[in-house]
Design a binder for this molecule. Structure first.
Ligand code: FES
Ligand code: FES
Length: 183
C-alpha cells in the first residue's frame, strides 16, 4: 500500500505503482473533478496541481508522486483558506471557482476543471495576468494547449480576469484583518 497526499489529506492507495494518478483519483479515491479526455497529455482535462505546478494526471504513475502535495479542484477552497490564513469555511469557494460561477464560464464542463487548475497555477505566480499571459499559460506552458471543444476560450479569459479581481479584493481584506489583529 502507498500513501499519497491529496488535498491536504493522507490517502492510502492499493493500485499497482504504475497506475496513472488519474485512474487512482477517480477509480479508487473518489476524487472526480479530474476528467479523462485524451489520456495522452494532450488536452488538459485531467490536470491537477503537484506542489503548485500543473501536471497531466493521465500520464503520471501515481507512485512517482509520493511525498508531493496533490491538489484537485475539490481542494482549492482549503488551499485558498490556508494561503490567506482564513478560518475553515466549507461554503467558501476559491476565487477561481467563484469567478467561474460569476462569469458562467462552463458550457458542457468537461474541460473546465483542468482550466481552473491551470488558472490557479497562473494566478499564484502572476496575480494580475494580461490577455497575452493567459494565452501563453493556456496554450504554450504545458505539454500541450488546454483544449475546449465548446470553444469557451473568451469566457475562460473573462473568468481569469474576474478571479484576479476577487483575489485582489480578498487579499486586501485579509491583510487588513491581520494588521488589526496584530495591533
Ligand atoms: S486526459 Fe490527460 S491531458 Fe487529456
Ligand atoms: S466547456 Fe465543453 S469542452 Fe470546454
Amino acid at each position: 500500500m502507498t500513501t499519497l497526499m491529496i488535498n491536504g489529506e493522507k490517502r492510502k492507495v492499493n493500485a499497482s505503482p504504475d497506475t496513472p494518478l488519474l485512474y487512482v483519483l477517480r477509480g479508487e479515491l473518489n476524487v472526480m473533478t479530474p476528467k479523462f479526455g485524451c489520456g495522452l497529455a494532450q488536452c488538459g482535462a485531467c490536470s491537477v496541481l503537484m506542489d503548485g505546478e500543473e501536471i497531466r494526471s493521465c500520464i503520471y504513475p501515481f507512485a512517482s508522486l509520493v511525498g508531493k502535495e496533490i491538489t484537485t479542484v475539490e481542494g482549492l477552497p482549503a488551499r485558498w483558506q490556508k494561503q490567506k490564513n482564513l478560518p475553515d469555511d466549507s461554503e467558501r469557494l476559491h476565487p477561481v471557482q467563484q469567478a467561474w460561477v460569476d462569469e458562467q464560464v462552463p458550457q458542457c464542463g468537461i474541460c473546465q476543471f483542468g482550466m481552473m487548475i491551470k488558472a490557479t497555477e497562473l494566478l499564484e505566480s502572476n496575480p494580475r495576468p494580461s490577455d497575452d499571459d493567459i494565452n501563453t499559460a493556456m496554450t504554450s506552458s504545458g505539454p500541450s494547449p488546454h483544449l475546449c471543444r465548446c470553444a469557451s476560450y473568451a469566457a475562460i479569459k473573462d473568468g481569469i480576469h474576474r478571479a484576479a479581481d476577487i483575489i485582489a479584493t480578498e487579499s486586501k481584506t485579509s491583510n487588513l484583518k491581520q494588521a488589526v489583529s496584530h495591533e
